[in-house]
Ligand binder design. Structure first.
Ligand SMILES: [Zn+2]
Length: 482
């Protein structure tokens, strides 16, 4: 969700559950000077699909621009990088402020950090008290960079004193808790100088971005080569994970397309990404399209062009980043050595990898179960059950009779019971009998009806229009002649 507190000349319009930033100062000229080779357009207003939303200010950026993901604090003009070496007093006529950069580690308190950097306890206390007005020091997390400004020491520092303190009073402290927010504590001028805190909002401009590529080996590689930001890639893989077995179904010559929100700072750097609006996977000539939409239930989801939810009642692969290591069917047992029916599929994954409930349901058991080790069985609707074996342990609160939602973490990959290494043994049962989780026809998820379907068609037309504009190579030429 976008931060409504952003300043600047921005306004927000809700557009079918998706928020668009519309800016009167969208830097179209900047786009042109980028010499961006791909789509960058000014949207035209189309009354037929878009009666009340003015889309003319939506601009789009090329994947090349998106590649320069930059969220660092150092783009700010207020601070300098690293510690400035303390010059000897003899060398300087007018002593300048001393800048230091400290990084929060585990176990640090803001007080300990400031004091270690050279502030007195009283200065640190003053700065922290002021900070509390705009930002809770408790929210500071390891990894955060904090820029500190000290006055120069008032007198030449002897070697002995330098061990204690080689700086003057703490003048300022600044950090960036998120890409849109800079927090700054500084001292007031004059006799009774005190610390004051302020919050600086960096206005971000949203533009639509589109990436597409042919898949030669894996979707991951194809998306990486097309500079698809990581969190968009994760969203795309999640959205398709119900339908597509990424291990088996991706063939050479397949392709993907993804359209998503990209938020840029004032320097034109990608600050963060927003939602994935649209995805298209072309697998062996079949187009699998997904549109983001929020039906009246309030649960945003991806739907195909017919308004059918991408979600299935059960997930085929209830663990991320796993490698299918053993299929369903007859096989030589890896431990016992004789041929035996393998009544599930095995996914090799690092120990501790989270395991998801494959669908909504009720836990039938979550305990140790002979050769299965730590074991969970869930009952779903329509006669389906799923089972998970060899777990390292159970997620908090997972026990018999507990209700779980699809995608909820229920346990972690391990190698308990009769097992040769960390993996998940996963079974799908239909009317009490194990079926092949990869082959079984899964019950479908929600299909949009009536008013929802009508609203979806409007949203779909809007997204199609955006894609059409993003695809136009003529768009740049048009801008350049302006
Ligand atoms: Zn197994």
């Amino acid at each position: 969700m976008v931060n409504a507190a952003l300043g600047g000349s921005l306004s927000i319009l809700a557009l079918g559950g998706i928020y668009f930033w519309l800016s009167s100062s969208t830097p179209i000229e900047e786009q042109v000077t980028n010499n961006s080779p791909s789509a960058s357009v000014e949207m035209t207003n189309d009354e037929s699909i878009d009666a009340n939303i003015n889309t003319q200010d939506i601009t789009v950026a090329s994947p090349e621009v998106v590649a320069t993901l930059k969220t660092d604090l150092l783009t700010s003009e207020y601070i300098a990088v690293g510690a400035v070496p303390t010059e000897t007093a003899a060398d300087i006529q007018e002593p300048s402020d001393i800048e230091k950069m400290v990084t929060v580690s585990h176990g640090d308190t803001l007080m300990s950090l400031l004091v270690t950097a050279g502030a007195t306890r009283s200065e640190a206390h003053g700065a922290i008290t002021a900070l509390t007005d705009v930002y809770s020091p408790r929210k500071i997390r390891p990894g955060l960079d904090i820029a500190l400004t000290f006055a120069p020491p008032s007198a030449p520092v002897t070697e002995e004193q330098a061990k204690e303190r080689n700086v003057g009073p703490l003048r300022a402290m600044q950090f960036q808790p998120s890409v849109e927010r800079i927090v700054k504590v500084s001292t007031t001028e004059g006799e009774d100088s005190k610390y004051i805190a302020e919050e600086i909002q960096r206005p971000l401009t949203m533009r639509m971005a589109r990436s597409t590529n042919e898949i030669t080996s894996s979707l991951y590689l194809a998306a990486t080569n097309a500079s698809v930001p990581n969190d968009i890639m994760i969203k795309m893989i999640r959205a398709y994970s119900f339908d597509v077995d990424f291990q088996r179904e991706i063939q050479k010559g397949d392709s993907f397309e993804v359209v998503y929100e990209a938020f840029y700072d004032e320097d034109g750097n990608l600050a963060r990404t927003g939602e994935m609006l649209y995805g298209r996977l072309n697998l062996s000539g079949d187009d699998l399209q997904l549109y983001r939409f929020t039906p009246s239930s309030g649960f945003t989801d991806y739907f195909n062009e017919k308004g059918q939810s991408a979600k299935k009642a059960l997930m085929r692969t209830p663990v991320d980043g796993a490698r299918l290591s053993s299929r369903f069917g007859k096989r030589k047992h890896p431990v016992l050595g004789y041929t035996k029916m393998h009544k599930g599929v095995d996914f090799a994954a690092p120990r501790g990898t989270p395991i998801y409930a494959a669908g909504d349901g009720v836990i039938l058991r979550a305990n140790r179960f002979s050769s299965f080790g730590n074991y969970i069985k869930i009952r779903h609707h329509s006669g389906y059950e799923t089972a998970y074996a060899h777990l390292k342990g159970f997620a908090k609160g997972i026990r018999k009779s507990k209700r779980v939602r699809q995608g909820q973490v229920i346990g972690y990959v391990g190698t308990t019971g009769r097992s040769t290494g960390p993996h998940l043994h996963y079974e799908v049962l239909f009317n009490g009998r194990q079926v092949n989780p990869l082959g079984v026809k899964l019950p479908a998820g929600e299909k949009l009806k009536k008013a929802d379907l009508k609203k979806f068609k409007v949203e779909q037309a809007k997204i199609d229009k955006i894609i059409e504009e993003l695809e136009k190579p003529a768009a740049i030429a048009k801008l350049e002649t302006n």
